[in-house]
Design a protein around this ligand. Structure first.
Ligand SMILES: [Zn+2]
Length: 115
């Protein structure tokens, strides 16, 4: 639905067409509400993707897996490892489990990959 033109409303009022003008004003108000809702949901999305970026900056790729860099009092601490496949494919931060296999290794319970 197009947003009513303000000039059109003024013209209607000038010509004494107040009912028509009122309809247009109601349409205008609806359009404003719609835009407000859309704006809110866009802001929410933006906040979400900014959060993802922040996490990305603290993520370190090493030894075939992701590690989360967390600041501590005496430097930085590495948490993890986290699954590289899940993070790259699904944008999910999934902790890996140690496998019992000889030689060690990591296992993802979500995508069932071994690293
Ligand atoms: Zn995984």
């Amino acid at each position: 639905m197009a947003i009513p033109n303000y000039q059109d409303i003024l013209d209607l009022l000038k010509n004494g067409l107040t009912i028509e003008a009122r309809e247009k004003i109601l349409e205008l108000r609806e359009a404003a509400l719609r835009l407000q809702e859309e704006n809110l949901s866009l802001k929410e999305k933006l906040k979400q993707s900014q959060g993802d970026c922040d996490l990305g900056n603290q993520m370190l790729f090493e030894k075939g897996a992701y590690w989360l860099r967390t600041p501590t009092e005496d430097g930085t601490n590495l948490l993890g490892p986290y699954c590289q496949v899940c993070r790259d494919r699904d944008k999910k931060t999934v902790r890996l489990h140690l496998t019992n296999a000889p030689g060690g290794g990591w296992y993802c319970a979500v995508c069932r990959n071994q690293f």
